[in-house]
Design a protein around this ligand. Sequence first.
Ligand code: SAM
Length: 354
Amino acid sequence: MQKEKIDIESLKKLQWKIMQNVAAGAIIPLMRIGDELGIFQKLAEFGPCTVQKLSKVTNIDVRYCTEWLHAMCAANYCSYNTTLTKFHLSPEQKAVFAEEDSPALMIGAYDVLSGNVHNIEKVKEAFQTGEGVPYSESHPCIFQGTARFFRPSYSSNLIQKWLPKLTGATDILENGGRFADIGCGFGLSTLMIAEAFPKAHITGFDIHEPSIVSAKKHAMDADLNDRISYYVSDAKSYSGEFDLLAFFDCLHDMGDPIGAANYAYEHLSNDGYIILIEPTAADHPADNLNTIGQMYYSFSTMGCVPTSKSQEVGLALGAQAGPKKLLNILEAAGFKNAKVVYKNATNMVIEAQK
Ligand SMILES: C[S@@+](CC[C@H](N)C(=O)[O-])C[C@H]1O[C@@H](n2cnc3c(N)ncnc32)[C@H](O)[C@@H]1O
């Protein structure tokens, strides 16, 4: 067979792109180590500081610490003086790596990335069998990473930008309405609603028991445990009636999203609403072939599709389903006036009326 001719310029461009991606991937384990050993926190606290000082306050070996710092500086994830003898985090680097409550925090992404690497064997097998992998079988990094990765977006958007776009949501919650967070995970979205609307009645449900245990702990730490009820429950088996039912970044993970939406329909009051927060995507995959698409399709291959395939129906919508499929699901479940009410680079907000 005759070999196809390689265009040298295209090859070089592709190789440089791969080199950038490899460099970004190479730092993943260092980010987890820096996060778990509190190196970012101590740099934020004690910087500008020498390697010796940082090693001492973090209780780590000087040689490893030096190599780690050089990798961080090369990535521009850490700041340094001209002689590379003192290191610190700029205000922006602190906000993304060291301040857990910051709306700019991004370190949680590395929990998810590490968790996906741990999950390779299970998902590889699923590629061959076509079966799913239950969410509960993911590496624990995935559970905490999901919560940490999504929280900044929720804390800067949910109350300020998303709720005001939803028909009557703010009024319902201010007037003591009943809100349920389905697939609530660690319940950080649930907490934000409870904090902002003291009269609202708030419930969180999730199929994954350890996540509900964490959600209860977060509510306890925030002194909101008497205002929120959490239950381990599938999206098709909880009880109660609600005025607002929300699915934060989870409908596409479910095996039977139409069944879950229909169950929500049955558990809404007569003038109630369903709310979906979903990853931003266009309807046609060709329009998602960009940096955000690279990230979401990758996360989806390793997490959303295997989770959905492990459940009844196993529709496997994927994280980049796009608005058309999601609106069709809501309509098939009986809802009316389904529409996208807000969209930014990473999230879409959808509502539909009973
Ligand atoms: C990507 S996480 C999102 C968690 C949370 N809503 C958030 O935004 O941080 C998806 C969540 O959906 C839950 N989930 C998946 N399938 C479910 C089902 N059939 N019923 C209830 N929860 C489900 C998982 O356990 C997981 O906590």
